[in-house]
Ligand binder design. Sequence first.
Ligand code: ADP
Length: 357
Amino acid sequence: MSIISDEKNNFKKVDINSRNPVIEPETNDNDKTFENSIRPKSFDSYIGQTALKETLKITIEAAKKREQPLDHLLFYGPPGLGKTTLAGVIAAQMGVEIKITSAPALERPRDIIGILMSLKGGEILFIDEIHRLNKVAEEILYPAMEDFFLDMTTGKAQTVKTLRLPLPKFTLIGATTKAGSLSGPLRDRFGIIHRLEFYTKEELAQVVKRTAGILEIDIDENGASAIASRSRGTPRIANRLVKRVGDFALVKADGKITGKIANEALDILKIDNCGLDTTDRNLLQLIIDKYNGGPVGVETLAAALGEDTRTLEDVCEPYLLQAGFIQRTPRGRKITPYALKHLGYSAKGFNGQQNLF
Ligand code: ADP
């Protein structure tokens, strides 16, 4: 997902990848409207991430008692797991406004300066894809995060002057799919760092039922469970599937999502029973066919598939790794016995990995 601000600081989400729209992190303004309409606004409606929620509730209570803004927070994890949503829930819980932007929208120094100067005391600034901040923007952020000051230089050559402008105390919430790509000094300035986990099938079934309820789509337990098990641990995907399967149910049946209808629709969408789509399966097949099961570098795979490396790394791989379809080794990605089984290879059917079973 990507949210950018335009000249007037209106925020909109833009597409950063070009993949199957069901699996893809974010696509267009319709998606944005849809997502916003179903975004949980409180901890009660925010499903799963139980340990993280409990920790955050305590942190928020403590900050309120001290009448201080929250420490700066960093959330990391694959796209669609609820980082932006959680930032919104925190703002609501603190009773403050949130301004949302993303690092690619903060290209010029004046972008970040403008947004920092627009903040009011206690407000939350959410920066998505924070690992993509450029050096200049990062350096402007350091004193702002640490001491709530903006260091600005004016004039040229010998007449250069540095100005220190005080900023109201604010909370920065950063979100990233790649915590490892964040510079050390920036990471160190976050008081609280949390990882968001993939959701269990049960949690996703709750997400599915909640979304179906908001969209007034009739769904039974089997329908919810079928969609949940093919949503690759990700609420954003679960929500998209509810909509797509809901359309299918309306056209092909009486509008109710049952297990049978869900499975039929998901088969047509080419999402298999583990939530893998065509790109995932092509990736696995490529490692098997062309690289004898791996290891093979992600750039090589991206070039062969005609995909963007970042899309593979940020969108495809986290789930394939977590679900045990591939392994990451120092020399590249390797297929696992589980993936071979899933793709229908028998123990003797694949020379390169025979001994894996
Ligand atoms: P991220 O910022 O991690 O990419 P978002 O916060 O934009 O993900 O979440 C994507 C969509 O998934 C949102 O529209 C939201 O409705 C839904 N969602 C995310 N997390 C949850 C959750 N814990 N419970 C219910 N819905 C969720």
